[in-house]
Write a protein that binds this ligand. Structure first.
Ligand code: SF4
Length: 186
């Protein structure tokens, strides 16, 4: 019985820094929103080849992405905030990937999983896009061919860190708009 209790112990998300006293807790709105975003990322898996199989392992019970609040996959860009690109992206597929990115609402984050998505990998050919950052901005790159599920989890943790620390003003900033404009995205 003791063993079961030990194994089923669930840790709750860490609350942001703030002032605490009997019956009250005061903190910044930005930190609370960051905490909520961090722990409820909805991934959109854009998996085209072998790295997608590693993603399946990442979702399955042994690694269980659900432990990080991301068990709810979305195959609709409008209900997703973390685009996970996994696998070889051909130049023909590029416009589709970009359309998916454009249909996602802000704030959105992009995780490029594996060598193919990040740089074309071993496919230095006329038909393969040499990195998805040629067409959409990427927040975190996960190296490897294929990356192990632990590496994919680490990439998600890095995105979570960005969610937690992102200021409300970032998406409205000139710098961010200029970055999107450099991709031809309004
Ligand atoms: S990086 Fe390697 S494992 Fe991943 S899609 Fe490319 S060839 Fe496959």
């Amino acid at each position: 019985m003791k063993e079961i209790t030990k194994r089923t112990k669930v840790e709750i998300a860490k609350s942001p820094d703030g002032l605490e006293g009997p019956g009250f807790f005061a903190t910044k709105l930005e930190d609370v929103v960051g905490m909520a975003r961090k722990n409820s990322l909805w991934p959109l898996p854009f998996a085209t080849s072998c790295c997608g199989i590693e993603f399946m392992a990442t979702m399955a019970s042994h690694y269980d992405l659900g432990r990080f609040g991301s068990e709810r996959l979305s195959f609709s860009p409008r209900q997703a905030d973390m685009l996970m690109v996994m696998g070889t992206i051909s130049k023909k597929m590029g416009p589709i990937l970009r359309q998916v990115y454009e249909q996602m609402a802000e704030p959105r984050w992009v995780l490029s999983v594996g060598a193919c998505a990040s740089s074309g990998g071993i496919f230095d050919t006329y038909s393969v896009l040499q990195g998805i950052d040629k067409i959409i901005p990427v927040d975190v790159y996960v190296p490897g061919c294929p990356p192990r599920p632990e590496q994919i989890l680490e990439g998600v943790l890095k995105i979570q860190e960005m969610c937690q620390n992102e200021s409300f003003r970032r998406r409205e900033s000139e710098e961010y708009k200029n970055m999107l404009n450099s991709y031809g995205i309004e």
